[in-house]
Design a binder for this molecule. Structure first.
Ligand code: KIV
Ligand code: NA
Length: 257
């Protein structure tokens, strides 16, 4: 049975942890889906796999192109697509237009966008009214890297309160789920207990309703990982070894036999 936004909310109520990872192409999406990942995010973090230093340069056209490939590989997981920088902040109609393209053209079920009070609360309210499921994202929001850096957010009482209030405001605006990125574990716990929609943490401790990581970090493909990522295998080393073995056999005329 395909995973739905309602299913995620039910899993929160049942205390079943939600497993999320990012994907940027057909092959990876197919592997993650078959392995039982519940939610696949076509994150704008794929900027890294395209050689960009930040997520800012990614365009809606690039996201649509990759999201279509991901959706072709997924049968069960809920697919959520990031709206890239400046494809939703300009106006509500820009946000509806961008999110609408994601739903109409890719087969994904939902969009994610960064930020909270006040501007995004209004935008998300309107998107949800238009029938577009939205995932929120607060704490560290990488599209604001030139304002925030990549530091942990919500460390002071004041900023923690702001993030807490943003989470509540986004729930009221109608998000079906909320990414909490790089905030203290007890702040993430307080938010998770307060809201009735599932929180998906990344660098936000173990009390969230689910966890997400960037797949290239998990697989050891990224050049560097954030401090909160866990590297489960070193594909850089595996690929290097395979390519070197191939090169040696070609040069030694051992392959093909
Ligand atoms: O782009 C991304 O991978 C994300 C996750 C870190 C939540 O937004
Ligand atoms: Na993102």
């Amino acid at each position: 049975m395909p995973v739905t936004t309602q299913q995620l909310i039910q899993w929160k109520q049942q205390g079943r942890a939600i497993v999320a990872l990012t994907a940027w192409d057909y092959a990876i999406a197919q592997i993650l889906d078959a392995a039982g990942v519940d939610l696949i995010l076509v994150g704008d973090s794929m900027a890294v796999m395209l050689g960009y230093k930040t997520t800012l340069p990614i365009t809606l056209a690039e996201m649509l192109h990759h999201a279509k490939a991901v959706c072709r590989g997924v049968q069960r997981a809920l697919v959520v697509v990031d709206l890239p920088f400046l494809t939703y902040q300009e106006s509500i109609s820009q946000a509806i237009h961008s999110a609408g393209r994601v739903l109409k053209e890719t087969g994904a079920q939902a969009v994610k966008l960064e930020g909270g009070y006040p501007a995004m609360v209004e935008t998300i309210t309107r998107l949800v009214q238009a029938g577009i499921p939205v995932m929120g994202h607060v704490g560290l929001t990488p599209q604001s890297v030139h304002q925030l850096g990549l530091r942990q957010q919500g460390k002071t009482q004041e900023t923690a309160e702001r993030i807490f209030n943003e989470a509540i405001a986004l729930e009221q605006a109608g998000v079906f789920s909320l990414v909490l990125e790089h905030i203290p574990a007890d702040l993430a716990m307080q938010i998770t207990q307060k809201v009735s929609i599932p929180t998906i943490g990344i660098g936000a401790g173990s009390h969230c309703d689910g966890q997400v990581l960037v797949t290239s970090d998990v697989l050891g493909l990224s050049e560097r990982q954030p401090p909160f990522a866990k590297v489960y295998t070193n594909l850089r080393a595996t690929i290097t070894k395979a390519v070197q073995d191939y090169a040696t056999e070609v040069r030694d005329r051992q392959f093909p036999e």
